[in-house]
Design a protein around this ligand. Sequence first.
Ligand SMILES: NC(=O)c1ccc[n+]([C@@H]2O[C@H](COP(=O)([O-])OP(=O)(O)OC[C@H]3O[C@@H](n4cnc5c(N)ncnc54)[C@H](OP(=O)(O)O)[C@@H]3O)[C@@H](O)[C@H]2O)c1
Length: 340
Amino acid sequence: MGYRVVVVGATGNVGREMLNILAERQFPVDELAALASRRSLGTEVSFGDKTLTTQDLDTFDFTGWDMALFAVGSAATKDYAPKAAAAGCVVIDNSSLYRYDPDIPLIVPECNPQAIHGYAKKNIIANPNCSTAQMVVALKPLHDRARIKRVVVSTYQSVSGAGKDGMDELWDQTKAVYNPTSEHPPKTFQKQIAFNVIPHIDTFMEDGSTKEEWKMVAETKKIVDTSIKVTATCVRVPVFVGHSEAVNIEFEEFLDEDEARDILRESPGIMVIDKRESGGYVTPVECVGDFATFISRVRQDSTIENGLNLWCVSDNLRKGAALNAVQIAELLGREVLKKG
Ligand SMILES: NC(=O)c1ccc[n+]([C@@H]2O[C@H](COP(=O)([O-])OP(=O)(O)OC[C@H]3O[C@@H](n4cnc5c(N)ncnc54)[C@H](OP(=O)(O)O)[C@@H]3O)[C@@H](O)[C@H]2O)c1
């Protein structure tokens, strides 16, 4: 006996990856429905060796379905997630809509699996922002050992974080640089993304930071510890898939770089690749399609009393979205629904 699972946004970057990961991890599925907007009604998507035909979210009845993995953006989530939840189907949502609601758990299974039981208040569980998810996987075990006081993070975020339109824009603009007869002015991004970097993701906040930067602050506190101070600069780079982060961490206690590397090596969801030689670190193209968050360049920061620097890379469509959502589904199954 397995689960009746709905993937909402099945034609998108994250939705397609959810279908791949449910199949790869052999999630116990009895029946699977793939939903998208009316625009893509009838579009075929792959689930393992099966082909599913997408249905219209607007007319779908969630009654009798166990869980729905949502990857459709906040506006559609606002309209449809409450309907699914009210029909008794547990929603695992990838948008930012519910992440900061105190009655909705925000979960990275490697960090705060105990929060799963909070799902019952609204029948909804939130999945974190992609840049936060990979960072907290690395922060949590280090925090447990030496108590993190402050984190300074700069991100190098791939265009797939902005959906399939973001990937198309990088592809089209890159081609247009070599073939200037076809123009592709910025649409998804604020400025040209091909051969460029843009220090602006999501909207501006009153204090001059962006919403993406604010998310890293608020979500790290909710998932790991409210006492951790985070300051972030989030940057879009012309990479298709894979987010990278340069992370500076200040601890309450001294933590030696060798011990930090050993702790990370033993921690779930992490692969340490850290050789002090040319190429002895991980770059985004190498992490695509992988489940792990990769840590490289671990080193002492001698400018502060208890500081470390590290480089953190992960497939943003996987740990940053689809994989984490499937891990939450596995956790929900194991701890709460107990079928399969
Ligand atoms: N990409 C990432 O790294 C990442 C990480 C964390 C969270 N997220 C979040 O995950 C969500 C999806 O992101 P994505 O990158 O997969 O976007 P995407 O590639 O643009 O795909 C969007 C999906 O949502 C569907 N959709 C949009 N509006 C809809 C509506 N009104 N009714 C039904 N379906 C609708 C689209 O269906 P059609 O094909 O029919 O238009 C498509 O399947 C967003 O909330 C995003 O913020 C993304």
